[in-house]
Design a protein around this ligand. Structure first.
Ligand SMILES: [Zn+2]
Length: 394
């Protein structure tokens, strides 16, 4: 009984600490009095939490605010570069590493090219080296690391966190979490890469304070991370967001999922490159898709009509799929990211117009379709945000 009570007290203490920290994070002029007003905690209880947070250097005092009569309040802020969170994104050919500080500022980023597809064991070894390189370069103490987030291009079991299938990595039924936690000796969180990108937009990007939005990642495939009522929407078994397999052309090409005319076959980077290569779909292993896409983009920018047509078709099918998403989810924003910002200027207007033409007029008048301010490391950033979310009780 005693244990249980102590446990509850500990839980309440942690919860109050998270609430106080989050209020300080989201309000510029937080004082002790304001915190007490907002949390409903007594001045003594608030003072004690603030004292602990100051001692542990999560926060700092930054001079005095404006008095509303009486003593001027001392403003509290998160202390930059006091605690850190590490994020990795495991891609087919790259491993992205980022480190954020407690304020969400990016203090380290690195893109490492992998010579070939890595096995799970090789990936753990590579992440181990990348982790200690970052931590040593930044001179971060062990107790100042909030945790590690890893973004995976695949499906995970929602309970066990085992990776069920990551087709681009050639992995199925892999446990990355436990061996990685053991190797790094810190808490590790895994999430799907599209969910990570959505989390990044929500924490430091275009969807701060936006409760309902969809973040569509366009790269070798197409996937989406969705927030509904301010929370990540995963669906019943955790595979929500596979928008790349919305069928947009029933006379189209066969997709790797077995279906015909999926959005991915037309509007993903691989899909567009395949079309540029005269419709061959089995080119992935034979050519450098990234380089071929760069060439296609340059040709389109120089006004080559066939290349422009490929971008135009991609834009129209994206607009079509987005119209369905607008009708189904009624989101406030749709953010297109990863490779998309590189060519947004060529296609965004067509996407907007097509979606507007096909979606119901009321929800489509109220949705903003925008290009992400982040590039390819949005998933690594989102992965680094997972330990931060936990700290702030989100
Ligand atoms: Zn498909």
């Amino acid at each position: 009984m005693k244990d249980r009570r102590t446990g509850n007290n500990q839980y309440l203490k942690e919860m109050n600490k998270s609430i106080v920290l989050d209020l300080i994070r989201t309000n510029k002029d937080m004082s002790r009095k304001f915190l007490a007003d907002r949390t409903g905690l007594s001045a003594t209880a608030t003072g004690a939490i603030v004292k602990t947070l100051l001692n542990d250097e999560y926060i700092q005092e930054i001079g005095e605010g404006v008095s509303s009569g009486g003593r001027k309040p001392v403003i509290l802020r998160l202390k930059p570069r006091s605690y850190y969170s590490v994020g990795f994104d495991i891609d087919e050919r790259y491993i992205y590493t980022v480190v954020l500080d407690i304020t969400g500022e990016v203090v380290y980023r690195k893109k490492l090219e992998t010579p070939k597809r890595l096995t799970a064991d090789e990936t753990i070894e590579t992440l181990y080296q990348a982790y200690f390189q970052a931590v040593n370069e930044l001179v971060i103490r062990d107790d100042r690391i909030l945790g590690v987030g890893v973004s995976i291009p695949g499906m995970m079991d929602i309970e066990t966190k085992r990776i069920i299938l990551a087709p681009n990595l050639g992995w199925s039924d892999v446990d990355l979490l436990n061996p990685l936690e053991e190797a790094l000796d810190t808490t590790v969180y895994l999430d799907n890469e599209a969910m990570c990108s959505a989390s990044c937009e929500n924490w430091i990007g275009l969807c701060r304070n936006v409760e309902d939005f969809i973040c569509i990642n366009i790269e070798s495939g197409i996937g989406a991370g969705m927030f509904v009522r301010g929370k990540i929407y995963r669906g019943f078994t955790g595979s929500a967001g596979e928008v790349g397999h919305i069928s947009v052309d029933d006379k189209g090409l066969v997709c790797k999922c077995g279906n015909v005319g999926c959005l991915e076959t037309i509007a993903s980077i691989n899909g567009m490159v395949a079309k540029a290569m005269r419709g061959s779909t089995s080119i992935q292993n034979e050519i450098n898709v990234e380089k071929a896409f760069e060439e296609l983009l340059q040709k389109a920018r120089r006004g080559d009509s066939r290349s422009l047509e490929i971008f135009q078709e991609a834009a129209e099918s994206l607009g079509k799929a987005i119209a369905n998403l607008i009708n189904t989810f009624n989101p406030q924003k749709i953010v297109l990211g990863k490779k998309f910002p590189d060519y947004a200027d060529l296609v965004l207007e067509t996407i907007r117009k097509t979606a507007q033409r096909l979606a119901l007029s009321y929800p489509s008048r109220h949705v903003e379709i925008v290009s992400s301010p982040f590039g390819e490391d949005s998933s690594a950033l989102g992965a680094a945000i997972i330990p931060l979310r936990k700290l702030f009780g989100k």
